[in-house]
Design a protein around this ligand. Structure first.
Ligand code: PXG
Length: 439
């Protein structure tokens, strides 16, 4: 029996993240194996992965190509320092990612997570404004109901109250736009027709605080964690216009939407709007090794790097594991799988069936709203006596029935791997219905 399958003697010492620890430890859900579309639990049950892990396992579990690449790196180049030294795979991976990113976002900075990607992006935006002589631009604009990870920068610009309220005030000078989900959008299929004018909140913040105080504006093209809020038609384009007008750096947080989730490489492609910076993580390595990346425009990269003498460090930022060999080879192997198996095209082809299955739940009284775009969907369940209680119970019932999806509060988030076949989607929605119809 390997360490992965041995049931632990004690659960007490491990403080689990974003988990109701006491509830979990009374009735643990341990995963001991994963292959293709399924997990194996410590009880020996098979559980269908309806959420790509946490939106990351796009190419399915247990990919041999990634395992072999990681094994090779571990035996041939386990580590190389990333500051003032490099290794070849980082550069090749950057070339490959830059070939996919929209517009002139041709420069890739590595991190170890989505949270670090967000904080890196915010810091690059601030540094850029400073070197172009606008160092007084220190304000960051976020949005209600957004998730930008858990580090202090991302937490400050984010807008999900439970993630913020225990942790103080965050960065000074952060302001928020309203979220884009209007009551009239309930059960809207895909992008809402109304609501583009909510982007004018950014103009209002400019009018209130002065453009010369604002460094950057960060949004998820589709707000993921909060329950898949799809942008109204024209909304992102309007944000882009306002940013252009006032020299505000526009950051798209694509930690969930990058790498095919929308049926395009990036959410930016799906909605036809090119930001100045894109953050990514999750599907970058298929979830196998922690890695994040930040794609930066030529203009920002050139401005920052050319601002100092050739021998000087231009950006005092980076991580011990930025682009480390194991992560880089895992990401490269993942890119190969995406290309060979045309996973982005496959996601686009599968989207109609996925969305049809998702919106079919409109008939259940417990379902109060459905939203979806590409291979990403959510449905809200009517809460019971306290918010989140039904969500927790439904998650357990689904798990017992052999389906894992992500529950956030009383919202069910669904994002199956992009290698899903029709039969998997049928199984996913079948099991979901089995449980939801009893609610
Ligand atoms: N930005 C976005 C848009 C994300 O969705 C992060 C940043 C942070 O990534 P890291 O790698 O630091 O976790 C995320 C992460 C959920 C859920 O249940 C979502 C995320 C992570 C865990 C759970 O919706 N998104």
């Amino acid at each position: 029996m390997s360490n992965l399958t041995k049931v632990p003697n004690s659960l007490e010492q491990h403080w689990m993240p974003f988990t109701a620890n006491r509830h979990f430890k009374a009735n643990p859900r341990l995963i001991v194996g994963a292959k293709g579309m399924y997990y194996t639990t410590h009880r020996g049950d098979q559980v269908l992965d309806g959420s790509s892990g946490l939106f990351c396992v796009a190419a399915g579990h247990g990919r041999r190509e990634i395992a072999e690449a990681v094994h090779e790196a571990l035996t041939e180049l386990d580590y190389a320092p990333p500051f003032q030294f490099g290794h070849p795979v980082q550069f090749e991976l950057s070339r490959r990612i830059a070939a996919l990113t929209p517009g002139d976002l041709n420069h890739i900075f590595y991190t170890n997570s989505g949270s670090e990607s967000v904080d890196t992006a915010l810091k690059i935006a601030l540094a850029y404004q400073r070197v172009r002589g606008e160092g007084q631009r220190q304000r960051l604009v976020g949005r209600e109901r957004s998730y930008h990870g858990v580090n202090f920068g991302g937490l400050s610009v984010a807008g999900m109250v439970n993630n913020k309220k225990a942790f103080g005030l965050g960065l000074p000078g952060v302001v928020h736009m309203r979220h884009t989900h209007l009551p009239e959008h309930t059960f809207t299929f895909g992008q809402p027709e109304t609501g583009a004018e909510i982007a004018n909140d950014l103009q209002r913040l400019v009018d209130l605080h002065g453009a010369d105080s604002i460094a950057a504006c960060i949004v998820e093209p589709i707000a993921g964690s909060t329950g898949v809020l799809v942008p109204p038609k024209g909304y992102l384009k309007r944000l882009r216009e306002i940013c252009d007008q006032h020299h505000i750096v526009l950051i798209f947080d694509e930690v969930i939407t990058a790498f095919g989730r929308t049926g395009e490489h990036f959410g930016s492609d799906a909605f036809g709007v090119v930001p100045d910076i894109i953050t990514m993580a999750k599907a970058l390595t298929n979830g196998v090794v922690p890695m994040g990346a930040v794609a930066v425009s030529d203009r920002i990269y050139d401005t920052v790097t050319n601002a100092v003498p050739e021998t000087a460090v231009e950006l005092f930022h980076g991580y011990t594991y930025s682009g480390c060999p194991v992560a880089a080879v895992a990401a490269l192997a993942t890119r190969d799988i995406f290309a060979q198996e045309q996973l982005v095209e496959r996601a686009a082809k599968m989207t109609p069936k996925f969305l049809e299955g998702l919106y079919a739940f409109k008939d259940l009284p417990v379902v109060t709203d459905i939203r979806g775009y590409g291979m990403l969907g959510a449905m809200d369940l009517a809460p019971t006596e306290a918010p989140g209680l039904r969500g927790l119970a439904v998650m357990q019932q689904l798990y017992d029935a052999g389906l894992m999806v992500k529950l956030t509060g009383d919202s069910v988030l669904i994002s199956p791997p992009l290698v899903s076949e029709d039969k998997h989607l049928d199984e996913l929605f079948g099991k979901l219905r089995e449980v939801l119809k009893t609610q």
